[in-house]
Design a binder for this molecule. Sequence first.
Ligand SMILES: *[C@@H]1O[C@H](CO)[C@@H](O)[C@H](O)[C@H]1NC(C)=O
Ligand SMILES: *[C@@H]1O[C@H](CO)[C@@H](O)[C@H](O)[C@H]1NC(C)=O
Ligand SMILES: *[C@@H]1O[C@H](CO)[C@@H](O)[C@H](O)[C@H]1NC(C)=O
Length: 386
Amino acid sequence: MPPFVLLFLCIWMGRAVVLGSNDIYKDLFQNYTKELLPTWDVPTPLKLSINAALISIVSFAELEEKIITTMSFSLNWTDSRLSWNPSLYNNIYLLTLPSHTVWLPYLHISNSVNDVKPIGQEANFYAIVTSPGAVYWTPGGVFEAQCAPDVSNFPFDTQFCSFTILMWGMPAGEVEYISNSNVPDLTYYYPNSDWTLTGTQQSVIKGNYSSTFFVGLYIKRKPTYYVVTVILPTLMFCLMNPLIFCLPVESGERISLGMTILLAYAIFLTIVSASIPAKSDPLCIILLVLVLIMMISGLIVILTIVSSYYYYMEDISHANTRLRRLTSRFKQNQVENFNEEGNKKSNLNSLSGKDLSKTLDIIFCIISFVSFIGILSAYFLYVLIV
Ligand SMILES: *[C@@H]1O[C@H](CO)[C@@H](O)[C@H](O)[C@H]1NC(C)=O
Ligand SMILES: *[C@@H]1O[C@H](CO)[C@@H](O)[C@H](O)[C@H]1NC(C)=O
Ligand SMILES: *[C@@H]1O[C@H](CO)[C@@H](O)[C@H](O)[C@H]1NC(C)=O
C-alpha cells in the first residue's frame, strides 16, 4: 500500500474518532446539570470511593504547629447520567474530560490551616468517564494541616499528624465514603530529608452528622543535626567542666573558664529552644537536662570561688574538723610517697590553706563529675528506652 494511502487512512480514522467523540459529548451533556448530585433523583446515597496517595512531606513546622504535604486523592463514583452504549459510538469506552464539565464532590480538609478551599476545584485535573458511567478523578495539591507536636523527646521524637477530609455541609446519608485500603498509597512517595515516614493509616470514620475520611501519618525526626550541634558538644563540655578544679589557683583562669563554659551551655539551650514550640506541657526533656547541667556548672563556679577563698587563708583552724582530718590524710599519703623516694621530709602537723583548698578541689571535682555522668547517663537511658 503506498504511504500516502496509509496517511489518508490514518487521518480519516482519526476524524471518525473525533466526530464520534463530538457526538457522544453532545448526547451526554445535552441534558446534564453538573450542579446536581449523581444520585439527586434516587433515595440511595452516592457511593464515593476515596483513597489517598502521599507524594511528599514538604515540611513540618513545629513552631507553627502545622504539617505541609503533597497528596493526591483517587476518587471514583458512578454518575448514571454519563453512561452510554459503546457500540453506538464507534466503540468508545472511555472519555477524558476537563473535570469542571462533570459533577465533582466538594471535599474539604477540616483541620486545614489555610483558607478552606475544596480539594482540586481551582485546578484543572482531567476526569475519566467510562461507558457504564463511572467517573475517575484524581485531584492533588499541597495541603497544610494543623498538627500539634509532642516535643518531649526532642530531637528523638515521632509526631502523628492527620488530615480529616469531608464534604462540608453534605447531610448525613447523602454520600457514603468507601476506602478499599487502610493505608495511603506510597508508590509515588518522595522521602523528606528531615523526617522519616514510619507509619501511615487511612480510614472512613462514620459520624452522626457526616462521615469523614481520615489520613494519618507517623513521622520520625532525623536527629543527626541536633546530635552533632547540641548533644555532642554538651557532652564534651560536661566532661571538661570538672577539670576547672585541676587548674592552678594562681593562674587566675578558673573563674573565667567556668563562666565561658556556662555561657556555652546557654548557646546550646538557645539552639534547642529556638527549634521547639514554647510549651510547658509536656516539657521537652533535653531542655530540662540542659538547665540542670547549667545549674551544676553555675555551682562549679561558686565552688571554685570557695576553694580559692581557702587557698589564700593562712590560718585554717576554724575550718571544719572532718575536712581538716581528710586534708591531713591526703597530705600524709603524699608525704609517705615522698619518704619512699627519700627526697623530702615534711611537717605533718602544719596544714595550710593551700592544702585544704587542694582537698576541696579533689572533692568538688569528683562530685561534679559524678553528677554530670549521672544526669547524662539518665538522659541517654531515657532516650534508649523511648
Ligand atoms: C434531552 O431532553 C429533551 C427534553 O426533555 C429530550 O427531548 C431529549 O431527547 C433529551 N436528550 C437526550 C440525549 O437524552
Ligand atoms: C471505584 O473503582 C474501583 C476500582 O476500579 C472499584 O472497585 C470500585 O467499586 C469503584 N467505586 C465506585 C463507588 O464505583
Ligand atoms: C451519635 O448519636 C448517638 C445517638 O443520638 C449518640 O449516642 C452518640 O454519642 C453520637 N455520636 C457522636 C460521635 O456524636
